[in-house]
Design a binder for this molecule. Sequence first.
Ligand SMILES: C[S@@+](CC[C@H](N)C(=O)[O-])C[C@H]1O[C@@H](n2cnc3c(N)ncnc32)[C@H](O)[C@@H]1O
Length: 110
Amino acid sequence: MKKKNGTESSDFGTNGRINHDSSKFYNSKLYSTLDNKIEIDKTENKLPNEYLNKFILGSAENMKELPNNSIHLMITSPPYNVSKVYDDDLTLKEYLQLLENSFRETYRTL
Ligand SMILES: C[S@@+](CC[C@H](N)C(=O)[O-])C[C@H]1O[C@@H](n2cnc3c(N)ncnc32)[C@H](O)[C@@H]1O
């Protein structure tokens, strides 16, 4: 049943997202083979006070300052590895490893 005053996945592009019903997306085949029985620890850990409202200069591959499950929102924009000035000219294997390490840390801390 459609929620009153809410939005849902549109057929093309995106519209506003207010009280958004994403069940159409999550009921699609994309996630149908995932094992939904995996137990996920939803305990929220506190971010140490010393890191509140601070910039941490480091690598997304190892966010050791951040405890597991301590972050509510993370925005990522990994390097493209296409010879931009900030790119390191990685091999495909190295590049995939960078992405995997970064996403693993993102998942761990969220
Ligand atoms: C696609 S750009 C993102 C640019 C950013 N969205 C902006 O508007 O400035 C990728 C950025 O990731 C940085 N970067 C590269 N390796 C990184 C790493 N291991 N951890 C965190 N950032 C990294 C690069 O220096 C570059 O600034």
